[in-house]
Ligand binder design. Sequence first.
Ligand SMILES: [Ca+2]
Length: 284
Amino acid sequence: MPVAGDVIVEQTITPVSGRSRVFQAHYKITHLGSDLHGNAQQEFPAVYVTADYDRFVHYGGTAPWTNGAVSITTFPDLPTFSPIFFAPEHWAAHVNAQNMGLTVYVPSQYPYVGGFDYPGPSGPTGDGTNYFAPFVTLTIGPNFVFQGDYYLIARDYVTARQLVYELHKNLSAPDIFTPFGATDQPASGNTIGVMATVSGWTFDDVSVAKVEILVDGVVDGTASYGSSRPDVAGTFPHAPVNIGFSYSLDTTKYSNGAHSLNVRVTDSSGNIAVFPDVGVTVGN
Ligand SMILES: [Ca+2]
């Protein structure tokens, strides 16, 4: 039974001129609704291949675009996910024992990728699969329109990487993704007093312009940004360090009872992330 959605997804796949087995995928996503879907990881794209293509290839070093040695690994079986891998050349591949497979290049993604294996029979009818996705985030609010490109290369990964290098030289990578991060305190369900600290961390694929604190959807003020959070790199390798934010919220102007807090982060290109709601009780 079909269900009416409030998002239009338009997809165009175009062979890249003069390059065999290289395809450009263009997406336009239009949100017709007036609701707000808080900042979340999105699949742009979700990459699935059959079970034989279980060798995951990426470049994880700190000198991108220098033909540095790649890493080849296999992912754990579900329900376990791989760790988040650093991938500063913005491509990754799943290949078979002959190094043939699918390479995906997402010029505007964060330098992260991860995935899993799902065990099962291989071949066109087997349900065994290997998955990865580039790390990207979006906040889908009223009148949200998103457009972006990625590239699919169905070849051996060595040739595919050289094609990615050629694309990289000739493409711009517009800043299309929002900042991401987390609100660490207060936690949902907390009761907060007269002065409450709202804190967490955030960074962007380009740069963070401002961090605002919203109460019941209205801006209360701008947080200070740039305190040291070396712990984030434990999950997101090579994440910048000075990415903490903090804000002293004076709750006396709000009524006692339930309120919703949000952190809103704008990047230097105007992309806006609204972190998920933190429901608190003001108890003064
Ligand atoms: Ca951005």
